[in-house]
Design a protein. Structure first.
Length: 348
C-alpha cells in the first residue's frame, strides 16, 4: 500500500508498481473468472482480464444480441462462452455485471452456484446495499468483493488499449476465505485499473448514484441545456451556442483540467476568462449546493434505488427509455452537436 496526500488527507492506495500484473496473475492462477453479463462493464473487464493473461469465461443468454457481441469479440461458444448457469457453475470468481434490475431477476438462479470458497464480485454496491429492496443476500461462506472502475466499460477498454488505465475503488463486504483482499486487489489490477482506492459497498453506491445524477450526467446535461437556451433566445446561432456550451468544454478545456487541474487551466486561459470564472464559480456552487444536498439525501434514504428498481422493472421500460433518449437526441442542441462532430478536422 502507498500512502498518498490527497489535499491534506492521507489515504492508502494500491498502485501497479507495488502490486504488479505478475503478482496479480500469481494470486489468481488457480481461479476461473466467470463474467456474467456482457453489457456495460462486462466486455471491457472481460477482455482486459483475458488480454492480461487471466483465465476468463463469459456467461450470457444464448440467442441474444449480447451473446452475438461476445462471439464477435472473440469468445468461443463451449470454450470461453457459456450459458449463464454453466458459466456460474464453472467459475470460482463470479463477476456479477448485469444491470441492477438484471441482478435482481437473476439472483435466485445465480445464488445456487455460490458454493463455499467462491468469490462474488460486483462493480456497483447497489444490490448489496439495498438488499431489502433487491433481495440479494449472499451466503456466508463466499467472499463478496467489489471493484468499481471510475468510468464506463468502453472507457476502461479504450484506455487499456492505449496503455493507460482508469482509477477504481475496491471494497470487501465479506471475507469468508481469508483471501478476499488479495483476490479483489488482483482483480482490480487485472481489469486495467490505474490505481485502487478503498471504500465500502454503501459509500460506493452513494457516491456513484450522486455522481450519475449530479455532475457526471444529470447536472451537466441540465447546465448545458440552460446555457444553450439562454444563448439561443438572445439571438445566437445553434452552431455558436453549441460550440460555446459543449464543444469547447469537452474538446479543449476538460482535457486540460484532466492533465493539470482547474487552477492550471484557469492560469492558461485569457485574463478575461480567468476573471469571469473566478467571479462566477462560487455563485454556481451556491445555486447548486442545495440540489446536491437534496440529491444525496434521496440516495441515502433509498428513494433513488426504489425509483430505479420500480421503473426499470416495468414491461414498457425500454420503450419509455427510448422515448426519453429520443427527446434528448432530437433536441436542437444535440442535433447541432451531431453536425459539429462531423466537422471536426479528424473526421474530415
Amino acid at each position: 500500500m502507498a500512502t498518498i496526500n490527497f489535499g491534506g488527507v492521507l489515504e492508502e492506495v494500491v498502485t501497479r508498481e507495488e502490486f504488479p500484473m505478475e503478482k496479480a496473475r500469481e494470486v489468481l492462477k488457480n481461479e476461473v473468472i466467470a463474467v456474467i453479463g456482457y453489457g456495460v462493464q462486462g466486455p471491457g473487464q472481460a477482455l482486459n482480464l483475458k488480454d492480461n493473461g487471466f483465465n476468463v469465461i463469459v456467461g450470457q443468454r444464448k440467442n441474444s444480441a449480447t451473446w452475438d457481441k461476445a462471439v464477435a469479440d472473440g469468445w468461443v461458444p463451449g470454450e470461453t462462452l457459456f450459458d449463464i448457469e454453466e458459466a456460474a457453475a464453472k467459475g470460482t470468481i463470479i463477476q456479477f455485471l448485469l444491470s441492477d434490475a438484471g441482478q435482481i431477476t437473476l439472483w435466485p438462479t445465480l445464488k445456487k452456484h455460490l458454493t463455499p470458497g467462491k468469490a462474488l464480485y460486483f462493480s456497483h454496491g447497489f444490490g448489496i446495499t439495498y438488499k431489502e429492496q433487491t433481495g440479494i443476500v449472499p451466503p456466508a461462506d463466499v467472499d463478496v468483493i467489489l471493484v468499481a472502475p471510475k468510468g464506463s466499460g468502453t472507457s476502461l477498454r479504450r484506455l487499456f488499449l492505449a496503455g493507460q488505465g482508469l482509477n477504481s475503488s475496491y471494497a470487501i463486504f465479506q471475507d469468508a476465505t481469508g483471501r478476499a483482499k488479495e483476490r479483489v486487489v488482483a482483480l482490480g489490477i487485472g481489469v486495467g485499473s490505474g490505481y485502487l482506492f478503498e471504500t465500502d459497498f454503501k459509500k460506493e453506491v452513494f457516491s456513484d448514484l450522486t455522481g450519475e445524477r449530479g455532475s457526471l450526467m444529470g447536472c451537466i446535461q441540465g447546465i448545458f441545456a440552460a446555457q444553450y437556451e439562454t444563448l439561443r433566445k438572445n439571438g445566437h446561432s445553434p452552431s455558436e451556442a453549441f460550440n460555446e456550451t459543449v464543444e469547447e468544454l469537452t474538446q479543449s478545456l476538460m482535457p486540460l483540467v484532466a492533465e493539470n487541474g482547474m487552477d492550471w487551466m484557469y492560469a492558461n486561459c485569457s485574463t478575461t476568462a480567468q476573471r469571469g470564472a473566478l467571479d462566477w464559480w462560487k455563485k454556481f456552487k451556491e445555486a447548486t449546493q442545495p440540489v446536491f444536498d437534496e440529491l444525496y439525501k434521496s440516495v441515502a434514504e433509498g428513494k433513488e434505488a426504489a425509483r430505479s428498481i420500480a421503473s426499470n422493472s416495468t414491461a414498457d421500460y425500454r420503450e419509455k427509455l427510448n422515448e426519453e433518449l429520443r427527446e434528448l437526441r432530437e433536441s436542437e442542441m444535440w442535433q447541432a452537436g451531431a453536425a459539429v462532430r462531423k466537422l471536426r478536422p479528424n473526421n474530415a
